[in-house]
Design a protein around this ligand. Structure first.
Ligand SMILES: C[S@@+](CC[C@H](N)C(=O)[O-])C[C@H]1O[C@@H](n2cnc3c(N)ncnc32)[C@H](O)[C@@H]1O
Length: 192
């Protein structure tokens, strides 16, 4: 798939994925909706997430992004200053009892989880993500690669997550590395 502005097109595709695969599993009649985006990088998807939330919630939407890299967090803060969002410099393996990151998110997203680069580290991030989903909350992952997606799902199941659905995104944009695509897979899970 080619486009003059590939990220804008990626966001349209992500928006459709969220509406088709995540929205049907969100708790019905949500008043205020909270989204936690762990390992968010510079959070290209911030506006897409906020608009998705606004379409699903009756009240306010709040997005919290967290990443361990300061440069990405500063970029996210600058780029998305007008959104109802905050971006925190955090090690997502150690969120613990962080005040702004209570355990009641309607949706916790890990976009382009990086399980291959450190299975032990990513298991800890997954564990923290699951802990931060509210009782009816969802954990959503997307993956660049087929095999990495399967490995992440296996790790999440071992951590006690229930797979609600997983979808191969046929509209995903191909990247340079063989087999790597933007949001190639999306999966929706919840705590058992
Ligand atoms: C493949 S990138 C994905 C970034 C973004 N979600 C996206 O889709 O473009 C993986 C991200 O994980 C972040 N990361 C790695 N270890 C982390 C940790 N312990 N806590 C928080 N973020 C971490 C990296 O800084 C990086 O931004």
């Amino acid at each position: 798939m080619s486009s003059a502005n590939p990220i804008a097109k990626d966001m349209q595709v992500l928006d459709a994925l969220l509406r088709e695969n995540v929205a049907p599993h969100l708790q019905s009649s949500i008043s205020d909706l909270r989204i936690l985006n762990l390992a968010c990088g510079q959070c290209d998807e911030a506006e897409t997430l906020v608009k998705f939330g606004q379409a699903e919630a009756q009240g306010e939407v709040r997005l919290i992004g967290a990443d361990i890299r300061i440069r990405e967090i500063l970029q996210a803060r600058e780029r998305h200053a007008k959104l109802p969002a905050e971006f925190l410099l955090e090690d997502a393996t150690k969120l613990g009892a962080h005040k702004q990151i209570e355990a009641d998110f309607n949706m916790v997203l890990l976009r382009h989880q990086n399980f291959w680069h450190g299975p032990d580290l990513w298991k800890k991030i997954f564990e923290q993500g699951l802990e931060k989903t509210g009782d009816d909350g969802l954990l959503v992952i997307t993956s660049y690669y087929d095999q990495e997606h399967q490995l992440a799902l296996a790790a999440l199941k071992e951590l006690g997550a229930e797979l609600i659905e997983t979808k191969h995104n046929l509209q995903a944009r191909k990247l340079r590395k063989p087999g790597k695509f933007v949001d190639k897979h999306i999966a929706v899970l919840r705590r058992k």
